[in-house]
Design a protein. Structure first.
Length: 305
C-alpha cells in the first residue's frame, strides 16, 4: 500500500495540475469505485459537475480535494487503497485497462484535460464527504490553511510532517495506549501515515525495538522516535517515495518509487550498517508481526524482556 511519502507526491502533483480547475463532467466507469458515496454514482457525477477544485490536501495517507459550488461544503476524497492511481491525461490518450472514474477538467494552457482514477484491485475509491471543523482548530492537513477536514477523515490523527504534530503530542498519544510501540505507531488514531516499511526504518534509526511497551516509554525515547520519523519520511519524500508495487505511479504516471536505500526493512540476514560502522557484526533479523514482518537489529535495538 502507498505510504505517506507516496501520497504526498501525488498531492503535490494534484496541486500543480488540477487545483483551480472546474470539473466539466464526470464519468463513473465502474460503480464499485464510488461505493462509499452514499447517494450512489449518479449523485456523485451530478454533484461534481461544474464544481471547482480549490485545494489538494493530505493528512497521513488520506487525500482530499475541497470543491466549491456544492450546497454543503464538501471534499472529493481519493482513497488510493492498494493500487489506486490518479493520472492527468489528455482526452485523446487511450483508456487505461483499469480506468474507474474520469473527470473532464476545464481547459488550461499546457495542462492535460482529464483526471483519471485507475484501480486494479478496487480497494480504493472516490467519494464526496462533508467538511467539518478540526477538533484542535489547526488546519486540516498539508495543502490548506483551513481548519476543516472531511468528516470521513476526522478520526485520523495528524502525521509527523504536519506542523501541529510535535514530540509532546506523540508522547501524550502513546502514553494513552498500553500496547507495543510498533503497534501504536501503526495506529492511525495515534499518528497517521506510518506504514510497515517506515515504522521499521524509524524504529531502527531511533534505536528502539517495536515490542517496547508504550506504558514505559520515556520522553527522550519519543523525541528520538519523532525525529526519526520526520527524517525517514522527509528523505523518502525527497527520493519520490518508496514502493515495492510496480502498479504505483504518481499523478502523471511517471514511476519513481523504487529507492532501495533502506537500513532495516527487507534486509534479513544482512549486516546492520550502524553496527558495522562501530566495528560490530550484527545481522538484521526478521520476525512475524501482525501478519507481516518486522526487521530489526538484535544488537542496537534490544528486544525488551
Amino acid at each position: 500500500m502507498p505510504e505517506l511519502p507516496e501520497v504526498e507526491v501525488v498531492r503535490r502533483g494534484l496541486d500543480d495540475w488540477v487545483v483551480g480547475r472546474t470539473i466539466e463532467s464526470v464519468q463513473v466507469v465502474d460503480p464499485r469505485s464510488v461505493r462509499r458515496h452514499v447517494d450512489g454514482p449518479s449523485d456523485f457525477a451530478a454533484s461534481l459537475t461544474h464544481a471547482s477544485i480549490t485545494a489538494a490536501v493530505r493528512r497521513g495517507k488520506f487525500l482530499w480535494m475541497p470543491v466549491d459550488g456544492l450546497s454543503i461544503p464538501s471534499a472529493l476524497v481519493a482513497h488510493l487503497g492498494m493500487s489506486g492511481q490518479l493520472l492527468v491525461e489528455e482526452p485523446a490518450a487511450p483508456d487505461e485497462k483499469h480506468l474507474k472514474v474520469r473527470l473532464e477538467l476545464s481547459s488550461e494552457a499546457n495542462k492535460p484535460g482529464q483526471l483519471r482514477f485507475i484501480d486494479q484491485r478496487i480497494f480504493g475509491g472516490m467519494f464526496l464527504s462533508p467538511m467539518v471543523q478540526t477538533g484542535d482548530h489547526f488546519p486540516g492537513g498539508i495543502g490548506s490553511e483551513d481548519p476543516l477536514i472531511p468528516e470521513a477523515a476526522a478520526h485520523i490523527a495528524r502525521d509527523v510532517l504536519d506542523p501541529a504534530s510535535t514530540p509532546a503530542t506523540l508522547y501524550e498519544a502513546l502514553r494513552k495506549k498500553n500496547t507495543q510501540l510498533k503497534r501504536a505507531i501503526l495506529d492511525q488514531q495515534v499518528i497517521s501515515g506510518v506504514g510497515n516499511i517506515y515504522a521499521d526504518e524509524a524504529l531502527w534509526a531511533a534505536n528502539l525495538h517495536g515490542l517496547r511497551s508504550t506504558a514505559t516509554i520515556r520522553r527522550p525515547d519519543v523525541a528520538r522516535l519523532h525525529a526519526a520519523l520526520v527524517d525517514v519520511m522527509g528523505r523518502a519524500l525527497d527520493a519520490g517515495g518508496t514502493s515495492f508495487d510496480a502498479l504505483y505511479v504518481n499523478v502523471n504516471g511517471a514511476s519513481g518509487y523504487f529507492d532501495r536505500s533502506l537500513n532495516a526493512y527487507g534486509r534479513e540476514g544482512k549486516q546492520c550498517l550502524r553496527c558495522a560502522e562501530q566495528g560490530f557484526v550484527s545481522l538484521i533479523r526478521r520476525d512475524p508481526f501482525m501478519g507481516r514482518s518486522s526487521y530489526s537489529c538484535p544488537r542496537c535495538q534490544r528486544k525488551p524482556r
